[in-house]
Design a protein around this ligand. Structure first.
Ligand code: HEM
Length: 474
């Protein structure tokens, strides 16, 4: 049974926390002196996320100059993200990264500042706004398909990344797509992805460079242009006539309860955060889902059958989604196998106990979404692509272990108070984009096997596919 007692911290102060009297330091994975396990993790980070649990549910290791505790037990993930969320914060590993790209962006702030931002942004990003973006998601997906020729080979990730950026730009800025200003957003997004790449950050943590690198210079220039663009847009959209329904206009006009407004820099930081959080995540999920469908004709046929039954020969709409159960199952299963965010990070505010493990203050807790999604303690045949496991009742028939699976064996969008703010937007976009593509084309595999790597998000690599237009395509 959990009990509460007092723990003496390094600086001599005492704090009270939930504890077990027999708590011990978790086992430690050894690495090289000075660089810890940085090199071996940089070599195959995904394998590491899957294999570390073989040692224990909590294991400690050092990498990138940081002390990590990898937590592979879904019940402890739930404790950290949900039931004891107020005892944990994002921690330096993530806020340090936030300092580089968007210091006042909602994904990186803490405490009262975060709460104010969350309330404000949540009220700007309502179900109605997602609904109003839905038709644009289908229009853009149709335009994407129309731009492809029958028999053409495409690079899936590039095409889908352009697609999700168009959808997001509409929602965030509402700028004409071929406008020079949209090109500024595009350039900033590309520079951000390169700048924030874990490989670059790992190298920087081992060999810090005192002169700006080309990626840093490109990033600084692109962000400077974006800041100037946002300042300009905020100015005009604060006037009544130019105000639109996009997130930038809403933030430009929004007021906190005390009557204060966001500064252009704060607005820039929120928009950069949304671009960062909402662009590659949806693009890579769509890429993985398309590749998995190209690899599995039975799943594809079942999806086509559902789309024909629900939508007939018209385009899908947001109102169809409640009937598109199998479409949702395909999206869920693609995100189980290939979660775009492979780990979530937290830090205990003070020394604490998780299960029977004593965790010192300052430890970075790593919650490995990828590893837990593929853990055979919670998933039967975890490597298999089986959308049926998401269906209730007659269609799927949940297995015994499916019924007994802990809730946090699946958490692609995180959980608790800081769960993904764009979750609804992302799920609608993923389902509508997939439904539109599948009803109009068949993708044949050109790239035969996937070799995902860890970029800012889980990176599928340059996956190529051949487009076959469906004869009865709408
Ligand atoms: C498949 C798509 C997506 C996935 C898998 C995903 C995943 C996540 C995860 C795991 C977190 C929580 C991180 C943590 O607790 O540390 C998060 C936070 C966040 N996401 Fe997403 N996301 C997706 C799409 C989007 C989109 C489309 C947007 C916006 C349009 C968005 C905006 C955000 C924001 C603003 C946060 C920070 C929330 C906060 O700290 O209060 N995400 N996302």
């Amino acid at each position: 049974m959990a009990e509460t007692h007092t723990v003496q911290s390094d600086d001599g102060t005492s704090t009270s926390k939930t504890n077990r009297s027999n708590a011990e330091r978790p086992p430690r994975l050894r690495g090289f002196p000075l660089i810890g396990r940085t090199l071996s993790i940089a070599r195959d980070p995904l394998e590491f996320l899957e294999s570390a649990r073989e040692y224990d549910d909590v294991v400690v290791y050092e990498a990138y100059g940081t002390e990590f505790a990898l937590v592979s037990d879904p019940a402890l993930v739930e404790t950290i993200l949900v039931s004891r969320a107020d005892e944990f914060r994002k921690g330096e590993f993530e806020t340090g990264f936030g300092e580089l790209i968007a210091p006042s962006g909602i994904a990186f702030t803490e405490g009262e500042r975060w709460r104010r931002q969350r309330n404000l942004l949540q009220s700007s990003f309502t179900p109605d706004r997602v609904r109003s973006a839905a038709d644009g998601m289908v229009t853009e997906a149709s335009a994407l398909v129309d731009g492809w020729d029958d028999g053409e080979t495409i690079v899936l990730r590039d095409a889908l990344s352009a697609y999700t950026l168009r959808v997001l730009s509409r929602t965030l800025f509402d700028l004409p797509l071929e406008d020079d200003r949209t090109a500024i957003v595009r350039r900033a997004t590309t520079a951000l992805d390169e700048y924030a790449s874990p490989r670059r950050l790992a190298l920087e943590s081992i060999v810090p460079s005192w002169l700006p690198t080309p990626a840093e210079r490109k990033y600084e220039n692109a962000m400077g242009d974006l800041e100037a663009l946002v300042a300009d847009l905020v100015e005009t959209r604060r006037t009544k006539d130019a105000a639109g329904d996009d997130l930038l206009s809403l933030l430009a006009r929004a007021e906190y309860p005390d009557g204060t407004r966001l500064t252009p820099t704060e607005i820039r930081d929120q928009l950069v955060t949304f671009l960062f959080a909402g662009h590659e995540t949806t693009a890579t999920t769509l890429t993985f889902a398309c590749w998995l469908l190209a690899d599995d004709s039975a799943v594809r046929s079942e999806l086509e059958r559902e789309l024909e039954a629900v939508c007939g020969d018209r385009d899908p709409t947001i109102a169809d989604l409640e009937d598109l159960e199998y479409t949702e199952a395909v999206v869920n299963e693609a995100m189980r196998l290939y979660p775009p965010i492979t780990s979530i990070y937290r830090e205990p505010c003070a020394e604490t106990v998780l299960g029977n493990h004593l965790i010192p203050a300052g430890t970075t807790l790593q919650l490995p979404v990828y590893g837990i999604h593929r853990d055979d303690r919670w998933w039967s045949a975890p490597e298999a692509f089986r959308p049926e496991r998401w269906l209730n009742g007659s269609n799927g028939g949940l297995t015994r272990d499916d019924r007994e699976r802990p809730e946090y064996a699946y958490y692609p969008f995180g959980g608790g108070p800081r769960h993904c703010l764009g979750m609804r937007f992302a799920m609608v976009e993923l389902q509508l984009a997939l439904a539109t593509l599948v009803s109009k084309i068949v993708l044949e595999q050109v790239t035969e096997s996937l070799e995902p790597s860890l970029g800012v998000t889980l990176d599928p690599g340059s996956v190529e596919a051949r487009v076959r237009k469906r004869e009865n395509s709408r």
